[in-house]
Design a binder for this molecule. Structure first.
Ligand SMILES: [Zn+2]
Length: 479
């Protein structure tokens, strides 16, 4: 397909050629038709069964190698779509341009754009395994899903009765380790509307920022400050000595990020006195923050205001609500050192006549998510707010017994002379969805070393791909 391959000197050659072929086909989320065409054609040309559904998910089946006919089948799984991000200077068109690859110091990246090694390397691995003449394998099923990056809708829509396998290796889970659990998630939106009344008087403009933030799943156990809750704490402190209420508030941005900034306009009856109390409260906050949040700052500007404001009761309700919901790590897993359940108060917005709060809850245990949902609903009602929960996606709870995981660990030890790191991911993987449809599926997840995914700095470690390909080939031969 492409005879000017730029990744050279790594083996198997076909793996890297397939990766480059994929990079030449635009395949952002929602735009997977062409890459699905490519996979189906690739499989059909090799005489494999290939099934494609209306969501462009593709299932390919390679027959068992001679001598492996009596072994149970095995499923490999990864997603076809990629995140499309580019630098400000880049004029790349993700709907029609192929990526321009750059190989440097053992890594491949794309010029000014995401590389889509998440999860293109899984696609390339599966294609190479489907066509590798040297491979000894039980019946091999490869499931290529779509729209993973935008709600995992491909995996949600697939008809799992098509599968023969009851053991599965997901290849979308980071570097050369074995992942044994992932979190489900649920988004909650909380709303209320209110009337504004005239307000003339002193105000404080309060901005806090410089916090480390981070991913609301992966980084939730790092004890980082939440800009919204810090602001709420400071306002509470202020109200212990002086009357104050919120006129306007904007905290956080993305639902899956720990909020780093919050800007609030406060009505106060004595701006000068309020500045002192707020500054003292902020100094106390700073003492308690972790080293990650060393950049924390607060800017307080006194001023005067003439306009409309919500009644002080809105502030009462909001502050009480925020102090009665859980935030951060809620519980840990029993059998493994991993966050089981967490919650991130991600966005608070008071503007116009509306208050909006957005919360993302995560758990590997679906019953925990359900419990949280009920708790949030009850707390919300108590303060007279309206609540809307998203349907969410299920987690994948650590299982004590997993023959597939045992074999994975054995083969890894023999090959690399050490035990692989066994980890859980406190974020969503398609494994949770697949597990919910096929509860008796024995699952592990793994992948190759990639860095800065979802950014134009994304890069893939080529030697890691060589190792993981050799490992997966050996593992399949043992299954
Ligand atoms: Zn991915």
């Amino acid at each position: 397909m492409n005879n000017t391959y730029v990744i050279n000197g790594y083996s198997p050659k076909g793996l890297f050629e397939r990766f480059e072929d994929i990079c030449a086909i635009p395949h952002g989320s929602g735009n997977e038709r062409k890459i699905a065409d490519y996979v189906v054609k690739f499989a059909s040309e090799r005489g494999h069964y290939a099934y494609r559904d209306a969501s462009n998910n593709v299932l390919v089946r390679r027959k068992a190698s001679p001598g492996y006919e009596n072994r149970p089948p095995v499923l490999l799984q990864g997603h076809l779509d990629m995140v499309c991000e580019k630098t400000l200077e880049s004029n790349h068109d993700f709907t029609k341009d192929g990526l321009k690859l750059i190989v440097r110091n053992g890594y491949v990246s794309a010029d000014g754009t995401t590389l889509g090694a998440d999860d293109g390397i899984a696609v390339a691995m599966m294609l190479q395994l489907l066509s590798d003449p040297e491979l000894s394998t039980p019946e091999l099923e490869c499931l290529f899903t779509t729209d993973e990056e935008v709600g995992m809708t491909g995996a949600k829509n697939f008809d799992y009765t098509k599968l023969h396998s009851r053991r599965m290796i997901n290849i979308d889970a980071g570097a050369e380790h074995v992942v044994v659990s992932c979190a489900g998630g649920q988004r909650t939106g909380i709303y209320t509307s209110f009337k504004r009344i005239p307000y003339y008087g002193d105000i404080l403009e309060l901005t806090i920022g410089g916090l480390a933030g981070g991913h609301s799943g992966i980084d939730i156990d790092k004890g980082r400050g939440n800009a919204i809750l810090i602001t709420a704490g400071i306002i509470k402190k202020l109200r212990e000595t002086l009357p104050a209420f919120i006129i306007k508030m904007e905290g956080g941005g993305k639902e899956n990020a720990i909020p780093r900034n919050c800007t609030t306009t406060l009505a106060v009856n004595d701006a000068r006195a309020a500045v002192k109390v707020v500054s003292a409260a902020a100094a106390e906050v700073k003492k308690k923050l972790s080293a990650d949040d060393a950049g924390f700052y607060i800017v307080v500007n006194p001023g005067e205001y003439s306009g409309k404001a919500p009644s002080p009761q809105l502030t009462d309700s909001l502050l009480s609500f925020l102090s009665s919901i859980k935030n951060g790590v809620i519980s840990m897993c029993d059998d493994i050192d991993l966050v089981k359940t967490s919650q991130n108060c991600a966005v608070v917005n008071i503007d116009g006549n509306r208050l909006r709060i957005r919360i993302l809850s995560r758990s590997s245990d679906s019953s925990d998510l359900l419990k949280i949902r009920r708790e949030l609903t009850a707390t919300t009602k108590k303060y007279g707010f309206r609540v809307r929960h998203s349907s969410g996606y299920p987690g994948w709870l650590y299982e004590k017994e997993s023959p597939l995981r045992d074999t994975f660990v054995d083969v890894y030890k023999k090959m690399f002379g050490k035990k692989p790191p066994i980890i859980g991911v406190h974020a969503g993987l398609e494994c949770g969805i697949i597990k919910s449809f096929v509860p008796d599926m024995d699952i592990v997840a793994t992948g190759c070393a990639t860095y800065d995914e979802h950014t134009p700095d994304e890069r893939l470690d080529l030697a890691s791909c060589e190792r993981m390909y050799a490992f997966l080939s050996k593992l399949l031969a043992q299954l």
